[in-house]
Design a protein around this ligand. Sequence first.
Ligand code: GDP
Length: 547
Amino acid sequence: MKSTPQDKTNLDPNLVEELTVSLSKEVSKRRNFAIISHPDAGKTTLTEKLLLYGGAIQQAGAVKARGEQRKVTSDWMELEKQRGISITSTVLQFAYKDKTINLLDTPGHQDFSEDTYRTLAAADNAVMLEDAAKGLEPQTRKLFEVCRMRQIPIFTFINKMDRPGQEPLELLDEIESELGLLTFAVNWPIGSGELFRGVVERATKEVVLFSRAERGKQSNEIRLKINDPELKNLVEEELLTKALEEIEILDEAGCDLNQELILSGELTPVFFGSAMTNFGVRPFLDNFLDLSQGPVARNSFDGPIVPTRESFSGFVFKLQANMDPKHRDRVAFVRVCSGRFEKDMTVQHARTGKQIRLSRPQKIFGQDRAVVDDAYPGDVIGLNNPGMFSIGDTLFIGPRVEFEGIPCFSPEIFSWLRNPNPSAFKNFRKGVNELREEGAVQILYDKDQSKRDPILAAVGQLQLEVVQHRLASEYGVETRLEPMGYQVARWVKGGWPALDEVGRIFNCKTVQDAWLRPVLLFKNEWNLNQLKEDHPEMELNSVAPVV
Ligand code: GDP
C-alpha cells in the first residue's frame, strides 16, 4: 500500500522528511482567489482570458455559455436556464508559470449573494473587477465588506478601458475615500475609449501599446521605452503628457507598493486593462503571482492551523444539489486547509465524530468533472454528499481540528412560505429542513408555535425562488410566498432573558430562528436605530451566532 503523510508511524524517517518537503513545495506553489464584481463588469470575460494563459483554453468557453450556446451546454438547473443567469459557483484550476492557481468562481447575479459570501470564506485573495465607466457598484461594495472582514489582499482590475470611462484619478479616489483602501496604480492608462492608446508601466517606465486589431486574440504586446523616439509616431503627444503628469501626481502623493499593506488588505494594487481585447491581462496575472499570498493558516477553535501541518484538514464552504440532473447528486465543496488530500482517504467528521471514506473526490471545472487523486492546501475538492455535510463542517485526520464556522449573512428579505396542501406537510417540513441545513436559505419561525409556517430569510430574492423551485422539483411540494415587508434582522445577545428585561419593543416583530433564539425584524434601519437609542444597553448582532 502507498504510504501517506497521515499514517507515517512505521515510515523511514527519511521518507517522512521527504513528504514534509514535498508538502511545503506544493503549498508554496498554490495561489487561490475569487473575483468580486458587479454583474456585467466582465468577470466571465476576464476569467476566460486568465484561463488562456493557463493552458486551459479548451474549457475556457465553458465558463459561462451565452445565448444559443447556453442551451447546448444545458446548465444544471432548470431555473437557471429560465432566468438565463449563472447561479452555480465553480472552481477552476489552472497552471501558470510554476504556480497552480485556483479561481473560486462566484455567481454573478446580484440576488444570489450568500453563496458568493461563503466562497469568499474559502479564498486567500480577491480580485476586485470594476467597469471603468461605472466605478464602484453596489454588489462590489457588499462583497468588498466580506473581504475586509477577512483582511484578505485585494487586487483591482479596472476593465473596459477601450470604452469611454471615468477619469482614472477619480476611480482611484473613489476606492480610497469610499472603501478606505489605499491604492497603488501599477500601470497607468494613456487615453481612454476611442483614444485609449495603452498603459505606462510605472516600474519599468515602459509603454505597452494597445492595438484594436488584437480584439479577441492573444495580445501581442508591443513595448517601448518611455523615451523611445518612435513613440511620438504612435501616441498623441497630449495624451502621453497627460498620463505622465498624472503619474507624477501619483509619485508625489501616493504610497509605495508595500507588500505588507497588500497582504493585510489595506492597500490594493490597481491595474488598467481591457479583458475583452485581452489587454493588460498577462501583466496583471504576473503581478498577482508576485504579490498575492499563498494558502494562509485558518483559525480553528484551538488556534490557527497552518497549511504545512502534516495531516489533512479542510472545511465545507458550499453545498450544491443536483448539479447533474441525470444523477440527482449533491456535492460538498471542501477547501483543503492543511496536509495532503488523497483519494480513498478515511477522514474524521468533526461535528459527528464519524469516520468517512472519501472515495470519489472530484475537481469541478465548469460543467466538467474529473476524479482527483490528490489535492493540497488552497485547492478545492468536490465530495459527493449524501446528506451528511453542512456548511462549515470540518474534516480532518490526526489530532482533532475544528475550524471556526462560516458566518451566516444578515438577511434582508423575509417572506412567509405557505404550503396550501396539508397532505404534503411531511414533505414540506423535510424539504424546508434539508434546504436550511444545506444553507440554501435561513429559516425563522413565529414566536407563536401554533403558526407553524416558516419564514424564509434571504440575502436576495432569487434565493427564495430557488427554494420554491427545489421544493417543487425535489420534494413535490408546491408553495406560495407571502412577502413580509421587513428589511433588517438582528439577533439579541443574551437571548430571551435579555429581551425580557427590555420589556415591550415598538416597531419590530420578534421571531425565532431554528435554534429557538430570538430574532428582531425591522421594517427599516430607522426603526432599528430607534431601538438602539431607546435601549443602548441591548447588544444586537446582524448575523446569527455560529452554532
Ligand atoms: P460578467 O457579468 O461580469 O460575467 O460580465 P461579462 O464577462 O459577461 O461581460 C459583460 C459584457 O461586457 C459582455 O458583453 C462583454 O463582451 C463586455 N466586456 C467585457 N470586458 C470588456 C472590455 O474589456 N471591453 C469592452 N468594450 N467590453 C467588455
